[in-house]
Design a protein around this ligand. Structure first.
Ligand code: NAD
Length: 251
């Protein structure tokens, strides 16, 4: 039980990597708040029936008022929290000329501003409590460029740099901040990217061939690294960007 007595807020916890992280954190003894725009209640009744262990708070992470209300509700429910996982994210398979201003603003609002807003709230509370841990979910596309996914690359590069900046600013306050950089992982986000391609079959095999390990990751494989970064096992790590990508970014 690596997270016994810990309370974690996980954004985007209703699906994919976030949901796998919720399940793993609960197994490791944590109580978890899922913050998502997607209503998880019909989806995982079993999980939500686990007494007071899992709560769902509808939240759009790009909206400051909703983020403030999320943290207030978390404190009302549990008294305090120890971990924040900034996982909510969206993708947009477009080049810069193809991207509208509204699409850019929406994507940055979720992927980058959302991390800023949630981290800001968490850091203000962690300071009062003498510490805490933030794990951001960036992407391998925050480390290297990719084709026809420009705004997403920019947002994830921003998450990697924001991770490092917050780690430096708040290390002496007992706050650790790290990020994971997943490669392609079997989730609805990846499915949507593949199905939006002109030839989805070709896109799927092209993506698979780009991974040295020859397969897509599973959400649970990313969740295990998020758990490592959230737990005391990584007590001497802050400001790190950990690639979990089947060797994708090693090319
Ligand atoms: N799947 C991949 O291949 C991959 C690779 C690298 C990085 N990532 C990153 O992993 C994270 C999780 O993605 P996933 O693949 O599990 O996708 P997913 O689509 O399965 O899950 C994303 C979740 O974020 C939620 N969300 C979207 N907008 C939101 C908002 N405004 N406020 C709150 N929640 C919101 C969605 O409702 C969903 O539950 C994302 O940040 C994504 O960029 C995914």
């Amino acid at each position: 039980m690596k997270l016994r007595d810990k309370v974690a807020i996980i954004t985007g916890g209703a699906s994919g990597i976030g949901m796998a992280t919720v399940l793993l954190f609960v197994r490791e003894g944590a109580r978890v708040i899922i913050a998502d725009i997607q209503d998880v209640r019909g989806k995982v009744e079993d999980l939500l029936r686990k007494g007071d262990r899992v709560h769902f708070i509808p939240t759009d992470v790009s909206q400051e008022a909703q983020v403030k209300s999320l943290f207030q509700t978390a404190i009302r429910l549990f008294g305090r929290f120890h971990l924040l996982v900034n996982n909510a994210g969206i993708a947009l398979p477009k080049t810069v000329p193809q991207t509208t201003e509204a699409e850019w603003d929406h994507l940055m609002g979720v992927n980058l501003k959302g991390v800023f807003l949630c981290s800001k709230e968490a850091i203000c509370f962690f300071r009062q409590w003498g510490g805490g841990v933030i794990v951001n979910v960036a992407s391998e596309l925050g480390l290297v460029g990719g084709s026809e996914i420009a705004a997403y690359c920019a947002s994830k590069g921003g998450v990697v740099q924001l991770t490092k900046a917050m780690a430096i600013d708040h290390a002496r306050e007992g706050i650790r901040v790290n990020c994971v950089c997943p490669g392609p992982v079997e989730t609805p986000l990846l499915d949507n990217l593949i199905f939006s391609a002109k030839d989805p079959e070709e896109e799927r095999s092209r993506s698979l061939n780009s991974v040295p390990l020859g397969r897509f990751g599973r959400p649970e494989e990313i969740a295990k690294v998020i758990l490592f970064l959230a737990s005391e096992d990584s007590s001497f790590m802050t400001g790190a960007a950990v690639a979990v990508d089947g060797g994708w970014s090693a090319r």
